[in-house]
Design a protein around this ligand. Structure first.
Ligand SMILES: Cc1cc2nc3c(=O)[nH]c(=O)nc-3n(C[C@H](O)[C@H](O)[C@H](O)COP(=O)(O)O)c2cc1C
Length: 180
C-alpha cells in the first residue's frame, strides 16, 4: 500500500507529528513526505495534516484537500487550544467540508501545539487595557499549558492512532482485492 504524508506546518509542531507518523510507515511504502504540492503524489492512503489557522486548516491545506479523490484519508492537526475533544471535533467538522465525499475518511487526530511568544505579548497588552476580561486570563493560562506540546504523551498517542489507521486501511485494501 502506497502512503503519502502531506502537511502544513509553520513553526514545526505539526511537522513533529508528521515525523512520528512517518516512523510507522515501511520505507518502501512511503511515496511522499512534505508540504502540499501542485501535482498530487499518487498514493492509496493519505495522512493529511495542518496547524490550526483561525479555526480551520491552513489556507494551503484547505486548497489542497479537494484535489484528493477516491482515496483513503486520515487527518492530523495541532491547535493552540487543547484538552477538549469537543473543540477538536468542531475544528475537524470544518476541515471535513473540504475533503471530497468520494474519499474514505479513516479518522482524525488533534493535539495541542505551542504558540509563538508574540501571542502571549498580545494577550498581556490586551490585559493591561482590559484587566476585567476573564477570557484573556484563560487564554494566558492556555498559552502556558501549550508551551510543552507536542509532548511525549502526544507523540505516543499519535503513534497509536497512526497504527490503527494503517490497520483499518490494510483491511479495506484486503476487502477491495477480494471483490475484484
Ligand atoms: C495565524 C495563526 C492562527 C491560529 N489560529 C488558531 C486557532 O484558531 N485555534 C487554535 O486552537 N490555534 C490557533 N493557532 C495556533 C496554532 O495552530 C498552533 O500553535 C499550532 O501547533 C502551530 O503548528 P505548527 O508549529 O505546525 O505551525 C494559530 C496560529 C497562528 C500562527
Amino acid at each position: 500500500m502506497k502512503v503519502a504524508i502531506i502537511y502544513s506546518s509553520k513553526t514545526g509542531n505539526t511537522e513533529k507529528i508528521a515525523q512520528e507518523i512517518k516512523k510507522q510507515i515501511p520505507k518502501e511504502d512511503l511515496v511522499f513526505f512534505g508540504k502540499p504540492t501542485e501535482i498530487v503524489p499518487q498514493a492509496d492512503l493519505y495522512f493529511l495534516g495542518s496547524f490550526t489557522d483561525k479555526g480551520n486548516a491552513s489556507k494551503e491545506m484547505l486548497s489542497f484537500l479537494p484535489k484528493i479523490k477516491q482515496k483513503q484519508v486520515a487527518y492530523f492537526a495541532t491547535a493552540g487550544y487543547g484538552g477538549s475533544k469537543e473543540y477538536y471535533q468542531t475544528l475537524f467538522e470544518r476541515v471535513k467540508k473540504q475533503i471530497n465525499s468520494s474519499n474514505q475518511i479513516l479518522g482524525y487526530f488533534y493535539c495541542q501545539g505551542k504558540m509563538p511568544l508574540q501571542v502571549k505579548e498580545r494577550y498581556l497588552s490586551l490585559l493591561t487595557q482590559h484587566p476585567e476580561d476573564k477570557t484573556l486570563s484563560v487564554s494566558l493560562e492556555n498559552f502556558e499549558k501549550a508551551q510543552t506540546h507536542p509532548d511525549e504523551k502526544d507523540l505516543q498517542e499519535v503513534n497509536h492512532w497512526s497504527f490503527s489507521i494503517l490497520q483499518k486501511a490494510n483491511k479495506k485494501e484486503e476487502v477491495k482485492s477480494c471483490n475484484l
